[in-house]
Ligand binder design. Structure first.
Ligand SMILES: [Zn+2]
Ligand SMILES: [Zn+2]
Length: 739
């Protein structure tokens, strides 16, 4: 092993370092390597310990990554300041940081930053200072406020001054006065409530034969305690969650921790309810909507091992689990697992890596597994468990296609006569309708009927979307927005703007015209952005307070509404536009998921898909329900062009504020592109979003045979190319989007 290798978080390194030893400390900064520091007198450190160190004129927190390089002159070597009072970053987490950095071609420090996202959690929380009654209190002058404070305390536990004052309807000055007078004493309360412990031994619901067989296999994998990737493949409503909950229970029984990754954690209200039913408590939750104190509490509880089950978004992979025993990746095919900013990585793939490094099982659950996963199943790399039927007597919905060429809607409308009729029938029966249209706002494009002016975002290659409810034109990429103007900014004609095409708001208008007074709600990220708002929407639908739900993809997945029996897909072709490699696969997955919302209980569901492309393989597959046939065809066509999963791709996105320097950098990269057999570099070309958030963008795409190790090639390439320092080059290994 060379000295350089020793800087990786390797288990075989000496366990303890003492005074005078040099250790390598990795900092959560965009740095590729760890720095050497000396351990001062009376300090002992181990690999993984969190420490504060001097960095220039400030201090920084980092992690002891291993033995130092010894490449810093003794005179320049600085001492570690303090060892932080926090459980160490486990060896497997350190190996994971190294692995992700190497795979994604990002700096180790940038990856470590994701594992150290809560700086406050590195020190123990301080106890909360509270007030209690002094049993041996002297007599004090009593005022009405003082009486109320004493009454609150005589009937309840000690409280912090602010809580106490609020409960007594007085100011904190009154509490302070009572303390000064000797009527109250100060006590320390534990800073946070301990994490509730899931009750793994509660009896779960009765499972069908198929479910039990699958659950037994997952439980056996947990007992084996080795890496094993298993695909849990089942139609919507087949009970995948209950099946993997059996494996969760087994890990809990053994004292281990479990991570469940969900693609859209903000919308997981129904999942959380199921977890509570099964295990009696809430799991720890990890996503970007948490408050600072929730993040701190949860991070610390994970590190201390008291958070037993974490359900989270992809960033939950980087929490410091000391005893992770199982990873579940639910809806594994979802593109939301891909992080597109900062360190660009795929949470699904890195989840499998994390399981491999920790030598634990991983479950990939989906009704529409991705082609990557299917191919891994067919080759035998992953185990495949099928759940063939819907559980609890429900049958799959009837699916019909409406040919929009032969049966078009009336002019200026978007619902075909067939779909309109089905909506009316369903509501008459007292059942619910979901109209699916993956377009937020009122209309995707606004133009002037006099001069043809189109409203475009000044910072992006993108039309402004009309949001009529908010009276604004909005860019969905950068957030730029303006009030809807009364006149055309180009030709100054008044009232000459026309909305082109439908969004969910416009569809709501059409339904209102068709069925006046119908109870309707829109479900889009504009109005259900927070978990709370999502939970409230779910409640309203469950309690049948609405008849028609008009929603984007945000409502398309995972939900179960017993009275929802009709799903209308307003524009089935929407996802097929634009030349994305995975357009057909994604459209199929999305339509299949949406269709799965219909008739999930005892009532028969009905799905109507409006399309202009009735003959398209995606439509044929949706109609016939023959998923495997579709996947086979899709697989064959990708194989023919050696595209993923049968070949490898790496995207370079070159961006910057100045178009000229961006172009120059992109051309340079094109000139120095690797010239090797089997490797092909496409571009540079303007990205489909040639302008995004004010930055000009160009793309290069490297295509390589499947077995190629692309990272060294990329590193070499970039190391030998220069660009202006205002230009950023982002590396996207295994790109999912081509924007
Ligand atoms: Zn005009
Ligand atoms: Zn924009």
């Amino acid at each position: 092993m060379t000295l350089k290798d020793k800087k990786s978080g390797d288990d075989t390194l000496p366990a303890r370092f003492g005074p005078g030893d040099q250790v390598a400390v990795l900092l959560p900064l965009p740095l590729g390597t760890a720095y050497d520091y000396r351990i001062p007198a009376e300090m002992m450190l181990s690999a993984g310990d969190f420490v504060s160190v001097p960095l220039g004129r400030r201090t920084a927190d980092g992690v002891v990554w291993g033995i130092g390089d010894g490449d810093v002159a003794p005179a320049k070597l600085r001492d570690v300041i303090v060892k932080l009072d926090c459980p160490p970053l486990p060896a497997v987490s350190r190996r994971f940081v190294d692995w992700v950095a190497a795979y994604t071609v990002h700096h180790k420090g940038a990856v470590l930053k994701m594992a150290m996202s809560v700086r406050d959690a590195l020190t123990p929380p301080k106890p909360i200072s509270a007030y209690a009654l002094n049993a041996a209190a002297p007599d004090v002058r009593e005022t009405p406020g003082r009486k109320r404070v004493l009454a609150v305390l005589s009937n309840g536990p000690p409280r912090a001054a602010s809580d106490l004052a609020r409960a007594a309807g007085t100011g904190t000055g009154v509490v302070k006065g009572l303390y000064d007078a000797g009527a109250l004493i100060k006590v320390d309360l534990p800073p946070v409530l301990p994490m509730p412990v899931p009750e793994w031994n509660r009896v779960g619901p009765a499972l069908s034969v198929d479910q039990s067989t699958a659950a037994d296999k997952l439980v056996a994998n947990v007992r084996n305690g080795k890496f094993r990737a298993t695909i849990l493949d089942g139609v919507p409503g087949s009970g995948k969650t209950e099946v993997y909950f059996q494996a969760v229970a087994e890990v809990l029984k053994r004292g281990g921790q479990v991570l469940v990754l969900l693609p859209e954690i903000a919308l997981s209200a129904q999942w959380l309810a199921r977890f509570r039913d099964r295990f009696g408590v809430d799991p720890a939750v990890w996503h970007s909507d948490l408050t600072a104190s929730q993040r701190r509490h949860t991070w610390r509880a994970v590190a201390e091992g008291s958070a037993k089950v974490v359900v989270g978004a992809r960033s939950a992979l980087f929490l410091p689990y000391p005893a992770l025993g199982l990873i579940v990746i639910d809806e594994e095919h979802e593109s939301a697992f891909k992080q597109e900013d900062g360190v660009i990585y795929n949470g699904r793939d890195m989840g499998i890596v994390r399981a491999h490094l920790g030598n634990i099982p991983v479950v990939l659950a989906s009704a529409t597994p991705s082609l990557e996963t299917v191919v891994n199943g067919e080759s035998g790399r992953y185990e495949v468990l099928h759940l063939p039927s819907r559980h609890g007597g429900a049958t799959l919905p009837d699916i019909e296609l409406v040919d929009m060429i032969k049966e078009p809607p009336p002019r200026g409308r978007w619902l075909s006569p067939a779909l309109a009729k089905a909506i009316a029938e369903t509501i008459t029966k007292g059942e619910q309708v979901l109209l699916f249209l993956n377009r937020r706002g009122y209309a995707p494009l606004t133009l002037c009927r006099t001069c043809g002016h189109r409203f475009q975002c000044p910072r992006c290659t993108s039309w402004l979307v009309e949001h009529r409810l908010q009276c604004r034109l909005q860019c969905h990429h950068c957030g730029f927005n303006v009030p809807i103007p009364g006149e055309c900014p180009e030709c100054k004609t008044e009232n000459s703007l026309v909305a082109c095409g439908p969004g969910v708001e416009r569809l709501a208008e059409e339904v209102e015209l068709m069925l006046p007074g119908v109870r309707m709600t829109i479900a889009a990220s504009d109005n259900i952005a927070s978990p709370k708002a999502a939970a409230e929407l779910v409640r309203r639908i469950e309690d049948h307070e609405v008849d028609v739900i008009i929603g984007t993809q945000i409502i398309a997945k995972g939900y179960h509404f017993p009275m929802l029996t009709l799903v209308g897909v307003v524009d089935g072709d929407l996802g097929l536009q634009g030349g994305d490699l995975r357009a057909a696969e994604r459209t199929y997955q999305l339509l299949y998921q949406v269709a799965g919302r219909a008739g999930r209980a005892e009532r028969q569901g009905r799905v109507i898909v409006q399309t202009f492309m009735k003959k398209h393989p995606v439509m044929a597959a949706i109609l016939s329900g023959d998923r495997d046939e579709f996947l086979k065809a899709e697989s064959k066509s990708r194989q023919q062009i050696a595209m993923p999963p049968f070949g490898r791709l790496v995207a370079l996105i070159v961006s910057g504020p100045n178009e000229f320097t961006v172009d120059e950098a992109a051309r340079n990269l094109g000139r120095t592109a690797p010239n090797m057999t089997g490797i092909q570099v496409l571009g540079p070309a303007p990205a489909p979003f040639a302008l995004l958030r004010g930055r000009h963008r160009r793309r290069l795409l490297l295509k390589a045979p499947k077995e190629t190790q692309v990272q060294p090639i990329i590193r070499q390439w970039l190391a030998h190319t220069d660009w202006h320092n205002s230009v950023r080059v982002q590396i996207d290994i295994d790109p999912m989007n081509f924007m």
